[in-house]
Design a protein around this ligand. Structure first.
Ligand code: NDP
Ligand code: 8X3
Length: 249
């Protein structure tokens, strides 16, 4: 057994693929998310090296209580994968729904920092650990309608850089993985709340797939323990940045 991993948002998309890949790589995985029946399906497929735990990362009390709630043999989390996250809406800021903004901040920022703060002290005590967060190209490249979603992912990128400073002198690693367009997950269904529009996002493209993200994480964690990958930005070949926009007249 190579170590214990906790993945947030393992009920679908990236988290599902990451959990499967890391179990195949020889880790034990605590798979978390709100839809417990999905996590049980994953356990039925992967066996006892996967532990399903229902967790809403926006529930601060539940997050704080999680280490104590785990059986002692699962408590020493070596790798925390902060994957759970979401976008809601694509409206311009002036038309956006404040509830959507709050939900993104509560999940992508508050939930992520609470998870990190909860599991870091154990890593510090053992002087061993790795925090991996899933950022996004939206944290670097602006686009219309990205407003708060992109803002949360920019927060993730800078939070992870700052973690490296705080963890200097320890053996704990911190990595931000920032993917671009990725299909095969529920991301656009959740964002647009419309399955037809969600499917259209990937029409005639060859996007990344969740296994590409899982493969990248599998590599990042396999590196010798003195190597820290600070950040990886990845896009499908069919995607690039769009350049500046100009309004005329
Ligand atoms: P999915 O919608 O397929 O998966 C999101 C996961 O997050 C689900 O397992 C969901 O589980 C979980 N989640 C959402 N809110 C909460 C919450 N409050 N508490 C616990 N779990 C939660 O999307 P992806 O797999 O595509 O996205 C994974 C991450 O990757 C996100 O952070 C996303 O922003 C990021 N990303 C996605 C890209 C893409 O193009 N797909 C590109 C770049 C980054 P449940 O609902 O069961 O709780
Ligand atoms: C998801 C990628 O381009 O839809 O983070 O914002 S994008």
């Amino acid at each position: 057994m190579r170590g214990t991993v906790l993945v947030t948002g393992a009920t679908a998309g990236f988290g599902w693929a990451i959990a499967k890949r890391l179990v195949a790589d020889g880790y034990r995985v605590i798979a978390t998310g709100r839809r417990i029946e999905r996590l049980k399906e994953l356990q039925a497929e992967l066996g006892t090296n996967l532990l399903p735990i229902q967790l809403d990362i926006s529930d601060a009390t539940a997050v704080k209580a999680l280490p104590e709630a785990l059986l002692a043999e699962w408590r020493a989390v070596d790798i925390l994968v902060n994957n759970a996250g979401l976008a809601r809406g694509l409206e311009c800021a002036q038309d956006a729904d404040l509830e959507n903004w709050d939900e993104m901040i509560q999940t992508n920022v508050t939930g992520l920092v609470h998870m990190t703060r909860t599991f870091l002290p154990g890593m510090i005590t053992r002087n061993k650990g790795h925090v991996i967060s899933i950022g996004s190209t939206a944290g670097r490249y602006p686009y219309q309608g990205s407003n708060v979603y992109g803002g949360t992912k920019a927060f993730v990128a800078q939070f992870m850089r700052n973690l490296r400073c705080d963890l200097l002198g320890t053996h704990i690693r911190a990595t931000n993985i920032a993917p671009g367009l990725c299909g095969g997950s529920e991301f656009s269904n959740v964002r647009l709340r419309d399955d037809k529009k969600a499917a259209a996002v990937y029409e005639d493209t060859f996007p990344l797939v969740p296994d590409d993200i899982a493969e990248t994480i599998s590599w990042v964690v396999s590196l010798p323990s003195h190597v820290n990958i600070n950040e990886i930005e990845m896009m499908p070949v069919c995607q690039s940045a769009g350049g500046m926009a100009v309004s005329r007249g």
